[in-house]
Design a protein around this ligand. Sequence first.
Ligand code: NAD
Length: 425
Amino acid sequence: MAVQAQATEHINPYEVALRQYDRAVAYLDLPAGIKTFLRYPKRELSVNFPVRMDNGDIRMFSGYRVHHNTVLGPSKGGIRYAPRVDIDEVRALAMWMTWKCALVNLPYGGAKGGVVCDPYTMSQNELERLTRRYATEIILFISPHGDIPAPDMGTNAQTMAWIMDTYSMTVGYSVPAIVTGKPINVGGSQGRTEATGRGVIICMDEALRRGGHTNPSEIRVAIQGFGNVGTYAAKHAYDLGYKIIAISDVTGGYYNGKGLDIDDVMAYTRTSQHHQLAGYPNADPISNEELLALECDVLAPCALENQLTGDNAANIKAFLVVEGANGPTTPEADDILFSKGVEIIPDILANAGGVTVSYFEWVQGLQSFFWDVEEVNRQLRRVLIRAYDDVVQTRDQYEVDMRTAAQITAIKRVGDATRTRGIYP
Ligand code: NAD
């Protein structure tokens, strides 16, 4: 059963990112010129390149890499492989990376990359050739001290290993710090694969605890998306005793009111075609729209942008939305959910665990000194809870919603750093 998520055609993520920015920056006392400067991507690269397919045909692919801002440090951001990537999506994701890194106090700016392709219909050999060629096309844009890619939708640790190898072969020596999210045997960090999902649940748990909900077994959680973020969010929540009543992926939604056994689901996807949920036996099939509108306590959209919109936000029954995905909620939905009293933990906070452990990986790689997983998870929690506290403080100071508070906190840091550095020349 192929169930599509909410149609995304009419909502441009970059317009969403700019509207969020405009809403937040209005609260800040920054010079107008700096406010305008922070709205713009710093530089953008579009590439078109050929790849030889397994059947001998040569196919053209298009890709992008956007650096939104580098005031706080080298730019950082994932690379996405998806059929509908375009320059505006990459611009939006790069801008959100700038705010995310600033929010969790990492010495990074924001970037993002993407290739228009469907990785689920390509062989490993084709993906390797595409990745190596794309890496070569953007090589002038990336460097271990300038711009450091990581995985995102449709890419993974293997993709990062190919980029690391391609870059290293080109410069003539090994440069592990060119990417993060690498396999551990080539310089990756313990805990990086799980970090984004783990961070989503650290934030969820914190919000629930502050709201007086101290018994995880009473909390029903629905998770959209069962890729890197959704899987490890589900796993960490399950291990903490939360009841995961629904999950979904591009093949559809799966519901079990008694709570899904996430270890069993993960064992299933490890061997299923493309690691997808299709045919999972111990749950009832539901549609993506039904999952979003389920009777539950926490909804965690962990798949793609524009899932909660002006059209469906009124149907949301959860009292807490934790955004594992980037940009899953439109400004219209934000307003509806806020007026319904639904709390949102915004993407730039909720999914910042990934870039945080990417930073740890980069630091470990540059020092050639590696931490154990307990140290990684302890530091991850410390960084996220501090950021959570900062957002709550800003929310109370400005009397705004959590998203606006997170953006105000982040934009202020980048704006203040811009003033300190000055405008060149
Ligand atoms: P992924 O490719 O590993 O997984 C994406 C999941 O979404 C898959 O299960 C896929 O089947 C599902 N999906 C795709 N289309 C769907 C649809 N129409 N309906 C329901 N499910 C659908 O990607 P990921 O790395 O887990 O990223 C997911 C989101 O999290 C993205 O928004 C990404 O930008 C964001 N994110 C990822 C990371 C990271 O470290 N990987 C970090 C921060 C944010």
